[in-house]
Design a protein around this ligand. Structure first.
Ligand code: UDP
Length: 234
């Protein structure tokens, strides 16, 4: 049995025979409110592996380097081992969640231009918001790496926003994580799923993401399945 290197809220990471590669295992566990609310979304791991693989393939074809090598099974993906930069990079097109609350605006306000935010990845501290200067001063990365992250986040936003809109989904906001690979390059890592993004139906604004779990709206599994259907046509 391969050694587990790390267990997060939604995934487990195992070592492989190759020191430069890891195995990602997607769980069904769901958490919200910084871990206060816990539950299960049936087959979420299977759906999120499918969705992440789909998005990473799309981004790879569009010139974004990422960590995924290949999907191995329903719940497993083989990925490049990276050093994770401890920043949650949130990009937003429409105000929702913590931004709507902070700025005192209705959820659904369309932003004049996409907004990129950085949060320090720390459960203990509740992921405090930081900026690019914090990231460099606290040695999370160099100026160049932090600039690269922002440039990638905006490019990824354009690729995903356009793709999703053609499938009648509005990309409200999403969270990314980046890592540094063995060659020293900054590459996209972690996942892109309805757990880490807000996806609204273009016509009805119906939520097709983890807000259904966070806000007890019901129909969580169906929403994730609907996203797969819109992405793949299946
Ligand atoms: N997000 C995430 N992990 C976090 C916090 C936020 O994936 O620890 C995602 C969330 O799903 C949403 C976006 O980042 O798509 C912005 O979240 P927000 O700051 O509005 O926080 P929330 O209201 O979800 O607590």
């Amino acid at each position: 049995m391969a050694k587990m290197l790390y267990e997060g809220k939604a995934k487990k990471i195992y070592e492989t025979e190759n020191p430069n590669e890891i195995l990602v295992y997607y769980k069904d566990d769901a958490t919200a409110l910084n871990g206060l609310k816990k539950g299960t979304i049936i087959d979420k791991g299977i759906m999120n592996n499918t969705i992440t693989t789909f998005f990473f393939d799309l981004l790879g074809k569009n010139g974004i380097p990422h960590h995924q090598i290949k999907k191995l099974s329903d719940r497993e993906a083989l990925c490049k081992k990276v050093h994770i930069i401890p920043i949650e990079v949130v990009t937003r097109n429409i105000a929702a969640g913590s931004l709507a609350k902070k700025m005192g605006v209705e959820e659904g306000l369309i932003l004049k231009r996409p907004l990129v935010e950085f949060y320090y990845k720390s459960d203990e501290l509740g992921d405090p918001m930081i900026n690019a200067d914090y990231a460099v001063s606290f040695d999370f990365g160099t100026d160049e790496q932090v600039n690269t992250i922002k440039t990638y986040a905006l490019k990824i936003n354009e690729i995903l926003k356009t793709f999703l809109l053609e499938r009648k989904v509005r990309l409200v906001d999403f969270k990314l994580e980046f890592g540094v690979d063995a060659e020293g390059n900054v590459i996209l890592a972690d996942e892109i799923t309805p757990d880490t993004s807000r996806l609204w139906d273009k016509d009805t604004n119906e939520k097709l993401d983890k807000d259904r779990f966070r806000r007890d709206l019901g129909g969580v599994e169906d929403a994730y399945q609907e996203i797969i259907k819109r992405l793949t046509g299946k």
